[in-house]
Design a protein around this ligand. Sequence first.
Ligand code: HPA
Length: 253
Amino acid sequence: MSHPDHATIDLAVIGGSGLYQFPGLEIATRHALDTPYGAASGEVLVGDFAGRRVVFLARHGERHTLPPHRVNYRANLWALHSLGARRVVGINAVGGIRDDMGPRAIVVPDQLIDYTHGRLTSYCDVDGAEVKHIDFSAPYTESLRQQLLAAAARAGIAAIGGGCYGATQGPRLETRAEIARMKRDGCDLVGMTGMPEAALARELGLDYACLALVANFAAGCGDEAQISIEEIFAHLAVATAQVPRILAALLEN
Ligand code: HPA
């Protein structure tokens, strides 16, 4: 297993629910990385996509065996960083809270609120580590957000710019009361994997943005009395099919 030339990695992509492989990626090397923080979710794939060097990691494992609260976010980000990635796009399945963020919408959020608990949220947890207080006023890298939105526009794919991502613990979906509270808090989207990923990326100095794919209206937001997992995955498949075109347009520039 040879190591890729670090200088050549153009983009890292973390695939969420529904994106376990990267269509169009011509895989050159596979890396089963054991980091100081433990094992990543699975093999990190390095390959060519749209004429560029891209690394890909399935957040939940290639067969979706890791629930959101058991993902080793620290190992995942560390692995991508150690392979030479400098910018990361996290693909996240979400529920829509805001009216215009219904199933199949694609959103590049600009804010987040963390409702998760009990996760390992920092590289500073280790004895002797330097204590870093990262600025997190803007949790996503603005330039990368803008590049993603411009890429979607060039690809002719509608994407909504801005919105607040509320990160919940999962793996269960939320109650209507929880979503009503999140709405009052200012959340537009709800997902289970946005944190601590974004904060860890910032600690490592990586550029990071979230491409959120709306799978369903969050509890109490649509007409449905209940949320069906089959529908979630059906909508997700439609939105996910657009992702390679957005990322190809991102890499063109
Ligand atoms: N809630 C939390 N996470 C999600 C949802 C939801 O409704 N849909 C997809 N991921």
